[in-house]
Design a protein around this ligand. Structure first.
Ligand SMILES: [Zn+2]
Length: 99
């Protein structure tokens, strides 16, 4: 199951559902305050370092979970295409629920 692709259609359509989580040593900035967020749907992480005096973003990087779909440049569907994909997902869920 680990090799199965993570379905990120909802995140690609709505944006990620970030919540703050503990740093656990993921970020050890020389200067600044670590702010670690994780998406509750797809588990993608956003690692920010914040300037403690100005609040400015010093650095940001993302960590994608294993199986996360990466689109090549120019191949990423548009927001509208993601919405259509999402509607298809809803349809197949309704069919499965109806048996
Ligand atoms: Zn997400």
């Amino acid at each position: 199951m680990a090799e199965e692709a993570i379905d990120t259609t909802e995140c690609d359509t709505y944006g990620h559902a970030w919540y703050e989580t503990t740093n656990q040593g993921r970020l050890r900035p020389e200067y600044g305050i670590p702010l670690v967020l994780r998406c509750e749907r797809c588990s993608r992480m956003r690692l920010d370092v914040i300037h403690p005096l100005t609040g400015q973003l010093i650095s940001r990087r993302y960590v994608a979970p294993f199986g996360y779909v990466r689109y090549k440049k120019g191949e990423r569907p548009t927001k509208s295409e993601f919405r259509l994909l999402l509607l298809k997902t809803h349809e197949s869920r309704h069919k499965a629920a109806a048996g």
